[in-house]
Design a protein around this ligand. Structure first.
Ligand code: PLP
Length: 399
């Protein structure tokens, strides 16, 4: 007898980064040299004082459940950090501690998504948005992000996508996979326009909010008072403190739906690993120099990879303003993004992702994570350069 799964299981997508990682590991196991520019995580260790705080918490006997919404000192530390960075007052009672940023997006989307509802999301964008929107039964409405605008959204275009069925709007700046950042003026225009649509909730994914370059400021939707009662802020420790494996994130919820979010947490995971929560306090309240040094290293690597990409035949790359991704246009190679992804991995030993892993509007692009050493980035670019010169019809080099 065959098992009969719920129909919605067919709607669930995935994050290709994990599949490419598995293929890269399999090739490595066969002895092939692979440079991994595919997976989106800092290549740094979690700072020592954070690790120590978790060890101490375990030694001190923090082995049991914590409150489902997170321990109060951590929620207070989050509120203080938001005040320090963004000058906003947030009550710790609106902060929910969750096992990673992804959990906030899952909760927010299933809370609003159902058949007949529409959810607007960035495309190309983090693939889990579209996946979970479909899983919820809602209709995904892509907000196209274009290279000509530095992959920032166009507020008028976003507002034009809103219909009476729109329940949730997802924004992400700095963005995965493009590294694009949305200028303040565009956010101002969006927020003003949203005043005409009070039924639309907003989820702002600001997980890369502390990874910005060339003096750019982070614009947080949390700072707009008119959104206060309908904004869900997604943030966490994964990227800022090199803590992807700890599974620690937080969200700020509007007061009137906080209890529902907490209830989802109780149904789903009970609470976040207690020792990780103590590590989270140490991260926010301890020295920030390691986090700053990491961003400085990314800034230097960004220059290296963008320059090298622009020298490849058939490739152009705009400077990303944030995160640790470059999103070059590979249209000039004449190859599809997916074919290039596969050729790079199998023939050149470089793992990177097809732009289409982030939605249909990613065709013609690749995503490179530059969370890797300068030597590895340079070697990867040499390998891709050779692949393209061999593959392109007249083997042309760029002038
Ligand atoms: N949001 C974006 C835009 C991301 O790129 C990621 C991870 O890559 C996440 C959220 C999820 O972060 P976490 O690992 O904390 O679940």
């Amino acid at each position: 007898m065959s098992l009969s799964l719920a129909a919605r299981m067919n709607a669930l997508g995935t994050e290709t980064a994990f599949e490419v990682l598995a293929r890269a590991k399999a090739l490595e196991a066969k002895g092939k040299s692979i440079i991994n520019l595919g997976i989106g995580q800092p290549d740094f260790r979690t700072p020592e004082h954070i690790v120590e705080a978790a060890i101490k918490a375990l030694r001190d006997g923090h082995h049991g459940y914590t409150p489902a919404n997170g321990i109060l000192p951590l929620r207070e530390a989050v509120a203080k950090d938001l005040h320090r960075r963004l000058k906003v007052e947030v009550s710790p009672d609106r902060v929910l501690i969750v096992p990673g940023g992804k959990v906030t997006m899952f909760f927010a989307i299933i809370m609003f998504g159902e058949p007949g509802a529409e959810i607007i999301y960035p495309n190309p964008g983090f693939p889990i948005y579209e996946s979970v929107i479909k899983f919820s039964g809602a209709t995904p409405v892509p907000m196209p992000l274009k290279e000509a605008k530095g992959f920032a959204f166009d507020a008028d275009e976003v507002l034009s996508l809103i219909t009476p069925r729109t329940r949730l709007l997802i924004v992400n700046s700095p963005a995965n996979p493009t590294g694009g950042t949305v200028p303040r003026a565009e956010f101002d225009k969006l927020v003003k326009g949203l005043e005409r649509h009070p039924q639309v909730a907003v989820m702002s994914d600001e997980i890369y909010g502390q990874m910005l370059y060339d003096g750019r400021e982070h614009v947080s939707l949390l700072t707009y008072p008119s959104l206060r009662d309908r904004l869900i802020l997604l943030d966490g420790w994964s990227k800022t403190y090199a803590m992807t494996g700890w599974r620690l994130g937080y969200s700020v919820w509007p007061e009137k739906i906080y209890a529902q979010a907490e209830r989802l947490a109780i149904n789903c995971h009970s609470c976040v690993n207690a020792s990780a929560q103590f590590a989270g306090i140490a991260a926010l309240e301890g020295p920030q120099d390691s986090a700053h040094k990491m961003v400085e290293a990314f800034a230097a690597r960004r220059k290296v990879i963008v320059r090298a990409l622009n020298q490849l035949p058939g490739v152009t790359c705009v400077e990303p303003g944030g995160a640790f991704y470059a999103f070059p246009n590979v249209g000039g190679t004449g190859l599809s993004s997916r074919d290039l992804q596969d050729a790079m991995l199998n023939e050149a030993g470089v793992a990177a992702l097809s732009g289409t892993a982030f939605g249909a509007f990613g065709e013609g692009y690749l995503r490179f994570s530059y969370a890797n050493s300068v030597e590895n980035i340079e070697e990867a670019m040499r390998r891709i350069g050779k692949l393209l010169v061999d593959r392109l019809p007249n083997g042309q080099k760029k002038a």
